[in-house]
Design a binder for this molecule. Sequence first.
Ligand code: 5AD
Length: 491
Amino acid sequence: MRRYHVITFGCQMNEHDSDRIRDVLDEAGYLPAAGLESADIVLLNTCSVREKSEQKLRSEVGRLGMLKRERPSLVIAVAGCVAQQEGERLVKRMPQIDVVIGPDHAAALPRLLEEVEQGSLPRVRTSFDVDAPRFLSSILSGRRGRVSDFVTVMKGCDERCTFCVVPTTRGPERYRPSEEIIAEVERLVQRGTAEVTLLGQTVDSYVDPLRNVERSTPIENAPVGRGAYGRRDESEFPGLLRAIAERVPALGRLRYTSPHPRHLTRRLIEAHRELAVLAKHVHMPVQSGSDRVLKRMLRRYTVAEYSERIAALRQAVPGLTLSTDIIVGFPGETAEDFEKTLELVDAIGFAGVYGFKYSPRPFTPALKLGDDVTAEEKSERLARLFDLSEGQRARHLERCVGSTAQVLVEGPGDRGGYTGRTERNEIVHFDAAHDPTGQFVEVAISYAFRHSLGGVPTSPALQPGPGSRAPGPRVVEPQPTRSPRMLPMLH
Ligand code: 5AD
């Protein structure tokens, strides 16, 4: 029996792709290895959105190369965005690598592995399945349902944000038929999943290729805000949300990531107002608070438009929390531009901000703008952004104390008790008399930690007995987990 080990870098999309890769290998008769040492095949699922990812990959491959010297039969496979971007060049530079597959080739993995094991030269597959897009579904997998899981609705990206490598590494937008999406959601719910997050690089640009979701009128489809009338938006994402809500009524909670503010239409806002299943949290990347920078990033909205759309969404859904992505030190970003970003963050009040230092990526249009903000300046700006957003987060969490929240319990906490998330995406720790994993539990919030909340279940049946710890300063907050759901999406 051949055993595999998958190492994942990067975003939720990559985590999800790694799951599908495991499914494909399981299906082909491979077994998961307990770790690197017992693996016959090691697959590195790579990310190239920001870090010096190739360097990271190189050091990882170097480490595996040493293992391979001891065990020549070890097969090294590289998947994901670096694989797509570098293709053949990877095996030329790192001859230890046996297989390179771009994001659209997971299904071919067993065949390529077999060819390599039979002695063929390294195999490289990096084309995009533009004509017949394939979406691997978790339906294949016999795994037990997770409390919270992901369903891909589209792949690729047609935006041309000048900083972003995704159009090169993930290809053009391709959408999955709504019937397939709904069937997968239904299947997950039958297997015990309570929460589904719809995944896509610009998830709200979704259009049903088979035209089965309800379509909106041009006015409904206009993005909210100044000058938006007449600029018809082609997306039909709200129709998909409605179809899922209607057809899978047993679904407990629905989220999506990551949207582009361009598609925050009236109809999407209406969907948020009307669909109780939609979580009261949206991750809406803004990237900068300066119109000049947004223009150079080719984001296709202004700060005023972003703010107006967000205000309309908040008006429709009182209590909705927001998080965002911000790049500091984009080429040409002046101190004044950056102040405007701080002003926007301050004005909107995000419950979470993911800040990134700009890093030039291969093949991106921004390369020709240079990289003129110094490393020190980028660090300083990031630190200031972090201070501001940490303060906002702390104030937000403190305001939650004294309220009750519906917590979807994800499982035991790292340091005892149980952990789950509210519909507003706050993490909540609490003790319970018995294991409520997978259930919605009402929790009275009594304490704000730095990154999460603590509380007590309101139901007497779940309340822990005497002697158990009360949530509060005596309880050490579990280290903030970098759980996949907390990672920002490629966008
Ligand atoms: N440099 C820095 N941050 C980037 N992101 C994407 N490309 C770059 C880049 N070249 C950030 C964006 C995006 C998040 C996933 O990563 O903020 O929303």
